[in-house]
Structure formats: C-alpha cells, structure tokens
Write a protein that binds this ligand. Structure first.
Ligand code: SAM
Length: 282
C-alpha cells in the first residue's frame, strides 16, 4: 500500500489536531502540505551521506530526506514539536532530532566529524523566514566545505541571492552568496502549498560550492566593502567608495588599480570585479 506522506494535507491536519498544535508565527512556522513539492525538494538536495535540516516542523521534509540519505540531523527549536516528531518519524532510525536553536549549533566542530563518518554533508530545509540570512551566513562562515545547500526561502530573498549582475535584484546579498557558491533558483512554491498559507510565494534555491578558496581574503572585510559599494544603489561605485574611504583621490586610485571604470555602479560589477576592488583596497 502506498505510504500516506506527512505532507498530504489531510494527514498534516490530523497530526495538528491530534497534538492540538497551532503554527507559531514567532518561530516562522508554515508547514508544507504538498507532497509533490516536498519530494521534489528532497530530490534536488544531493542526499548521499548526512543531511542537516533546520526546522523539521512535524517532519514532512525530514521524512523525504530520511528516505534518501544515510543520516538526517534535524535542528528544531520548538520543544512542543519533539514528541510529534518522535511519533511521525518513528519508522526512520536514521533521523536524529536535536532540540536546539540552529544558530547556536557548533558547526565548526560537528561538520568535519560528520564528514569523516558519512562522506558528504549537505543542507536541506524549508527555512524559518525570520532567520533566513543569519542561518545561511552561519553555514557560509562556519562550514564552507558543505558542497550543496538546498533551501526554501521567500521568493524575493531567493531572487536576490540568485540575481545576475545588471539585474534590478542584484545586490550585496547576491555578491556575498555568489562569492563562494553558484546560486540557482530551482522552482517557485505558491503560498497555497503551506498550512497556514503565507502571503508571499517562496522559491527553492540551491547553493553549489564553487570549490574556490579565497585564502587571501578576509571575508568580513570583503563583505563590509561590498556593502559599502552598494550603499547608495543609484550612485556610482566611485561615489560610494569615496564615502567609504573618506578620500576622493584614494577612491579613484583604487578603481584605477582594479581596472574598473569610475562611471559604473556596483549593480553592474561581477563578483570577480568586486574581488579586484578588495585587492586594490588592501
Ligand atoms: N520543515 C517543516 C515543513 O517544511 O513543513 C517546517 C518548516 S517551518 C517554515 C520552519 C521550522 O523551523 C519550524 O518548525 C520552526 O519551529 C523551526 N525553527 C524556527 N526557528 C528555529 C531555529 N532558530 N532553530 C531551529 N529551528 C527553528
């Protein structure tokens, strides 16, 4: 008999009723109730060794990851969901649920250990929207060796991460994401695929590590420079740099050394050009 997945709307409803659960806005809870979307998301996630999930909710995506991966480690901050997950995922002995704020997880120690044990470590999650950027930057900074991060995010945020130079959505966020990863928008998920339905659509995006190491770059300094270059989007990169350095001649000299015309705006610059500006600043 075909399995009745957790994300089948009537099954989700039953689970929520059985445990008298209401989605908590404060934890960004919107449960996926669309088995096709959930399975497609898991199919895209490169589930080979261990998959880290952030926010399993009642387990709908976790279940699909557990079907495909050797091991799933899921971080959930809402203690009320722990007994629910123990029940909904009881058929899977390859799932470990950790009751912890993911932002507190010690990825620097854990990911290398998991890599030794399971080979590949990847991330797949329907992210709580209120902490999308902090979660992603934590992974970028603490576990840059993770080759694939496949996440559902608010459409607007996903489009900014994946935007190409020259497009209206291209921003500091695009450069910061694309500095280490190729970012691809995979597909859109309509609000009706969730319970409760959010007012906005979502997208699934994938960060695939570019396999480059920027050993000479201090990421914090680089990101500060990128943000400064985008500070006033309508101004030229020269004007923004002049404000950043506090010195017009220095701003001009930096752009000369980097080989970037002073008339361009940050929105038109590729990640490589931004790196050239950083090197010239140094
Ligand atoms: N994965 C489930 C799904 O797709 O139906 C639920 C996704 S829901 C958008 C976000 C989940 O993240 C919720 O279960 C919420 O409790 C959890 N969450 C919120 N903040 C968290 C945090 N700081 N650390 C770990 N989980 C968190």
């Amino acid at each position: 008999m075909a399995k009745r997945w957790i994300s089948v709307p009537s099954r989700t409803k039953e689970i929520l009723e059985t445990y008298d659960l209401r989605a908590k806005k404060g934890f960004g809870q919107n449960f996926l109730v669309d088995p096709v979307i959930v399975q497609r998301c898991a199919d895209e996630a490169h589930c080979e060794g261990l998959v880290i999930e952030i926010g399993p909710g009642i387990g709908s995506l976790t279940e699909q990851l557990a079907e495909r991966a050797q091991k799933v480690i899921a971080y959930e901050v809402d203690e009320d969901l722990i007994p629910v997950l123990q029940d909904t995922l009881k058929d899977y002995d390859n799932v470990e649920v950790i009751l912890q704020d993911f932002l507190e997880a010690d990825l620097k120690t854990l990911v290398p250990e998991w890599q030794k044990q399971y080979g590949m470590v990847t991330v797949c999650a329907n992210l709580p929207y209120y902490i999308t950027t902090p979660v992603l930057f934590k992974i970028f900074e603490e576990a840059p060796q993770i080759p694939y991060i496949t996440v559902m995010v608010q459409k607007e945020v996903g489009e900014r991460f994946a935007a190409e130079p020259g497009s209206s959505q291209y921003s500091a966020l695009s450069v910061e994401g694309q500095y280490l990863y190729k970012v691809r928008k995979l597909f859109t998920v309509p609000g009706r695929s969730f319970n409760p339905s959010p007012n906005v659509d979502s997208v699934i995006i994938r960060f695939a590590a570019r396999g480059v190491s920027h050993e000479d770059i201090d990421t914090e300094e680089f990101f500060a420079l990128v943000r400064a270059c985008f500070k006033q989007r309508r101004k030229t990169v020269y004007n923004n740099l002049r404000e950043y350095t506090g010195n017009a001649a220095e701003a001009e000299e930096i752009l000369n050394r980097a080989g970037i015309p002073a008339s361009l705006r940050a929105q038109q610059l590729t990640v490589e050009q931004m790196i050239r500006i950083y090197e010239a600043v140094r």
